[in-house]
Write a protein that binds this ligand. Structure first.
Ligand code: TXA
Ligand code: MG
Length: 348
């Protein structure tokens, strides 16, 4: 990891200069770190795709400093979309809206919609005030685990970014909720820090969050609340690559299992001498102490679990083990974002 002061620190002016010189700057948000580039600078945006190894048909979120900049990027904004922006921004909610013609098509992958978000981190907001907008995909190599600290960004990119603005560990730790607000049939495209019930409360009407947990893997569907009048299937005409069934993944095979299935797997692993790292809600049982099992404990609480999930996955992935195992949280709406990410990160 590079700790050179020129590439790593909390100098917002330097970060601004680098962005203005078409360089990339990773910046902290309350969800995960973003890989920032000036959203009006084609050369810089192309660098984002190149450095991440991201296919060009994957659109980018434009981050803005406040609701006053929404009309620089989007048009035909509904009353409900404004209501949600006013309520949740700054915060972990991304709105998909009809794009203005002036938005570079490289950002939207040629689609006529644009994704907008105002992040809550003070450094991100200070930086964003100097720009109309910054694109900011999660600052990780394509398909890999999102970064929740500056050092995670450097692990993936090191000298490939002009500067990493270090704002400490991310408070939420899981990416923003993305909702399609192009018409009145509001759809959740990616679960995240804002829950369907939070949106429903603000709009005072039911909102569906029907996502395929462990999509295409074991057919388990968590059908969360309310009227079944829309679904991610309908939304798939929109390209939302973060919904691919393999994403957010560690290098080692990852299994997401109930505590009973973990016990079975570990008993077999002890016989086969397989080395496993386990993340569980309970303390390490005595029988696994001083064995090939590395045990991590985390609170059985969605906010704490989410905040530490990507860090824990990275830490476990770095160990000299063969397999990673994470205890599967309860299937209920409070855990929907965690279950979604675990499903996409897991190997079966
Ligand atoms: O929390 C977050 O949203 C973080 C932080 C850095 O803000 N950003 C993030 O960006 O997760 P990224 O690029 O890793 O994921 C953005 C997701 C992708 O799945 C992309 O396909 C989707 O947003 N997206 C962007 N523009 C879109 C559009 N016009 N229509 C549909 N999906 C879009
Ligand atoms: Mg990402």
């Amino acid at each position: 990891m590079s700790t050179n002061n020129n590439t790593f620190g909390n100098n917002i002016e330097l970060a601004t200069q680098k962005l203005m010189a078409s360089e990339l700057v990773a910046f902290p948000t309350e969800t995960v770190y973003g890989l920032g580039a000036d959203a009006t600078n084609l050369i810089a945006i192309k660098k984002v795709f190149a450095v991440k190894g991201r296919p060009s048909d994957h659109p980018l979120i434009v981050h803005i400093s406040g609701i006053d900049k929404i009309e620089l990027w989007a048009k035909n904004i509904s009353v409900e979309a404004y209501k949600l922006a006013e309520h949740f921004w700054p915060g972990p909610l991304t709105l998909i809206l009809a794009k203005k013609d002036t938005v570079l098509s490289v950002i939207t992958a040629g689609q006529d919609s644009v994704a907008l978000r105002v992040p809550r981190h003070p450094y991100a907001l200070a930086l964003l005030r100097n720009f109309n907008g910054l694109v900011g995909p999660s600052a990780n190599k394509y398909g890999r685990i999102s970064p929740t600290s500056a050092s995670h960004v450097l692990e993936d990119f090191d000298s490939k970014v002009g500067y990493v603005l270090d704002g400490g560990p991310c408070a939420i730790g899981i990416e923003s909720t993305i909702i399609d607000c192009r018409d009145n049939n509001i759809k959740i495209l990616r679960s995240g820090g804002v829950l369907a019930s939070d949106i429903a409360r603000v709009l005072q009407r039911p909102i569906v969050d029907k996502i395929n947990i462990f999509a295409n893997k074991n057919n388990s569907t968590l059908n969360l609340n309310i009227a079944d009048n829309n679904s991610v299937d309908d939304a798939c005409e929109l390209k939302v690559p973060g919904l691919k069934s393999s994403h957010y993944a560690p290098q080692k095979p990852l299994y997401v299992l109930s505590i009973e299935d973990i016990a079975d797997k570990l008993n077999k692993a002890l016989i086969k001498q397989t080395r496993c790292a386990v993340l569980s809600f309970i303390q390490c049982p005595d029988k696994y102490k001083n064995t090939n099992v590395s045990w991590y404990r985390v609170d059985n609480n969605p906010a704490t679990f989410n905040k530490l999930l990507y860090k824990n996955m990275r830490d476990m992935d770095r160990l000299d083990v063969d397999e990673l195992i994470i205890e599967k949280p309860e299937e209920n709406s409070a855990w929907v974002a965690a279950l979604d990410r675990l499903g996409r990160a897991s190997s079966d």
